[in-house]
Design a protein around this ligand. Structure first.
Ligand SMILES: [Zn+2]
Ligand SMILES: [Zn+2]
Length: 651
């Protein structure tokens, strides 16, 4: 009997799944998208209901030929690409090429384990056209924006630049934040604390100045601070109240894509792309020594916090066995997903909670281990009871002034038994020596100067959070939005924080001026919602594209008529043809180009007008960029290898 063919999109999954399915199946990989819009033209028939013109990707012809051969004798083809829109489309787009005369099945699973895969193959389904349409609509929207706007950038700014639909809004968010930071004016303010001592007890009690005549003080200058310090010195200090309050803190939901990217940045300093790459390795399968590869986590692109009943049962018995019944809530903890989350999806969790991070240490590289541990911790703690703190506060009066000192003690760790670092918030101050009515002696009054701070630049973590809150982007796109902006040199990563480049600001401002709709957060969020509606079957592909295209086309017409070519000539002639040189923007920054282009192809780096400090070198200093950041080099490179982090002084 001919083997049934199983098609997946990645070679790692081939190995894992073939082992599970056994010899009646042959698993093959499509190596991603084989069919896509053409590169050279728009590939969308706007007049004809936005019909996409899909073609076989040129570099993948060979793979398709091989796939056809693999499928030639098979009677059944199972499409087992990832369980989301993109996976659905990757499979469906192949059907017309290899599926003729065959039985076609779609199978999806949230984790690549024996149980999950076998179960999925017992219940294969048909392709979901709504999912495919939603994916196609995203692709076509992005394509129209990219192909129509980019030529305007070439005209105004420089060749080979491009604009993306969602990336451009993200760029705007980053540029807006940079302007906020630049125009921020810090405000001076002062805080005052006192060191106090109780007669016969050696420890110092530090209390902060909280109120004057019952009002929160505003201390804007050193003079005012000194005035208050003088008055405070004259007063007598008495404990007026000691209060205790128990506070319970609940565990957080298990991870989904956006929270995984945030946690991995905050705890591990992984950027969003790295997190997704490592998560994909864990999902697709890791060799656990006996030649058997197993998917260690559930699918990593998800906005759901659901957990399957089987996984809940397993983690509850794990908690009971290893931590005891008092760590186990009476009924499983439930978490609310955001409204667009798909019920069929699951949170990101270990495929088997009994595989503890340390048991797997030897099979994982450092990054895989750290991310697995993070996912495992978050999952197990999400099903444990809250932690319990006791907060104590001492209130102290001194004339019209009120001071306070507070501390908290962990009474019961609860879910914190898993996540040790969270305990550090505990501040142990021993209040047991103080009673209401105690007199305290003043040891010292300590005024400190502060300034209000501007909002910080975005990190991968805070940008993903903002994108999710604004409804822009989806689990499949957060990481690629950031990566694209960095690759295009519109945004720079500096010590983990994202700032716009000069080029990024230029592009963002131009797009905001001419394409206010595309650059509008609400409009973009609405488009994302509409894509969800297509997937749910509540909106039709061509209606969404019409709703989008009409206002876009109006802006496009206006921009085409009004964006004028700008030419920034410099006072230097082309050494080849004598015409004037002008400044142009390329993907790697500014450079000088001959105004006779394309007849004359002369181009040279834009120097800073400073001679190279290297002895005997005739070159000039230029700013260059590498993956490790900006540096200064010489125009005569490679003959001259001068490099410096600092701009050299001009003699
Ligand atoms: Zn020239
Ligand atoms: Zn030089």
């Amino acid at each position: 009997m001919a083997k049934s063919i199983v098609i997946v999109e990645s070679p790692t999954k081939v190995k894992t799944i073939n082992k599970i399915l056994g010899k009646n199946f042959k698993v093959v990989s499509s190596m991603g998208h084989l069919v896509d819009l053409p590169k050279s033209t728009l590939g969308v028939d706007i007049e004809n209901d936005f019909e996409p013109k899909l073609i076989v990707v040129r570099k993948k012809q060979k793979i398709l030929t091989k796939l056809k051969k693999d499928c030639a004798k098979a009677k059944e083809i199972y499409f087992a690409s990832d369980p989301d829109r993109e996976g659905e489309a990757i499979g469906w787009n192949l059907v017309s090429h290899i599926g003729e005369g065959k039985k076609i099945f779609r199978v999806t699973f949230q984790e690549i384990t024996k149980e999950a895969v076998l179960k999925a193959f017992k219940h294969p389904r048909e392709f979901d056209q709504k999912k495919i349409n939603a994916q196609m609509a995203r692709r076509v929207l992005d394509r129209i924006v990219g192909y129509k706007i980019s030529p305007l950038l070439w005209k105004k700014v420089g060749s080979r630049l491009s604009a993306g639909r969602v990336q451009s809004v993200a760029l705007r968010i980053i540029v807006d934040r940079e302007r906020e930071i630049k125009k921020f004016v810090p405000n001076e303010y002062w805080q005052i604390s006192v060191d106090l001592k109780k007669e016969g007890y050696d420890n110092i009690l530090e209390a902060s100045f909280e109120k004057i005549n019952g009002e929160k003080p505003e201390i804007g200058s050193q003079d005012r601070a000194n005035e208050l310090v003088e008055s405070i010195r004259k007063e007598k200090f008495v404990v007026t109240d000691i209060t205790k309050r128990q506070i319970s803190r609940k565990s957080q939901a298990p991870l989904r894509t956006s929270t995984m990217q945030q946690e991995a940045f905050n705890k591990l300093r992984f950027n969003a792309s790295k997190t997704m790459m490592v998560a994909q390795q864990l999902y697709e399968g890791i060799d656990l020594g006996d030649g058997e590869t197993i998917g260690l986590i559930t699918y990593m692109r998800t906005d759901s916090v659901n957990v399957s009943n089987e996984a809940i049962e397993k983690v509850r018995s794990f908690i009971g066995d290893n931590y005891g019944e008092k760590y186990l809530p009476e009924i499983p903890n439930k978490f609310k997903a955001k409204k667009s989350a798909q019920e069929a999806h699951e949170a990101i969790r270990p495929s088997d909670v009994l595989r503890r991070p340390n048991d797997l240490r030897q099979y994982l590289d450092d990054d895989q281990f750290k991310l697995y541990e993070l996912i495992w911790n978050k999952f197990v703690s999400s099903q444990m009871v809250p932690s319990l703190y006791e907060n104590k506060k001492i209130e102290i009066a001194a004339g019209n002034f009120q001071f306070g000192a507070s501390g908290s003690t962990l009474l019961f760790d609860g879910y914190l038994a898993i996540e040790n670092e969270a305990r550090e918030e505990e501040s142990k101050i021993d209040f047991s020596h103080y009673d209401k009515g105690d007199n305290l002696n003043l040891v010292e009054v300590k005024p400190t100067q502060h300034f209000t701070k501007p909002p910080p630049r975005f990190s991968d973590a805070s940008l993903v959070k903002a994108l999710e809150e604004d409804g822009i982007g989806r689990p499949s796109t957060y990481a690629s939005i950031i990566l694209t902006l960095v690759m295009r040199n519109y945004v720079e990563r500096e010590k983990g924080y994202l700032g716009p480049t000069e080029l990024g600001v230029l592009i963002s401002d131009l797009l905001v001026e001419y394409f206010s709709k595309i650059m509008d957060i609400t409009f973009t969020a609405k488009m994302e919602e509409n894509l969800d509606l297509i997937e749910e079957g509540d909106l039709v592909y061509k209606d969404l594209l019409k709703e989008f295209y009409q206002p876009f086309n109006e802006e496009l017409d206006y921009a085409e008529d009004n964006i004028v070519k700008t030419e920034n000539f410099v006072d230097k002639d082309c050494p080849e043809c004598g015409k004037k040189l002008l400044i142009k923007w390329g993907r790697r920054g500014k450079f000088l180009s001959c105004s006779g282009f394309p007849d004359c192809k002369h181009a040279e780096p834009l120097t800073l007008g400073i001679k190279c400090p290297e002895e005997g070198c005739e070159g000039e200093v230029v700013k260059r960029k590498s993956s490790r950041g900006a540096f200064y080099g010489c125009t005569k490179y490679p003959q001259c290898t001068y490099v410096s982090k600092e701009l050299p002084e001009e003699e």
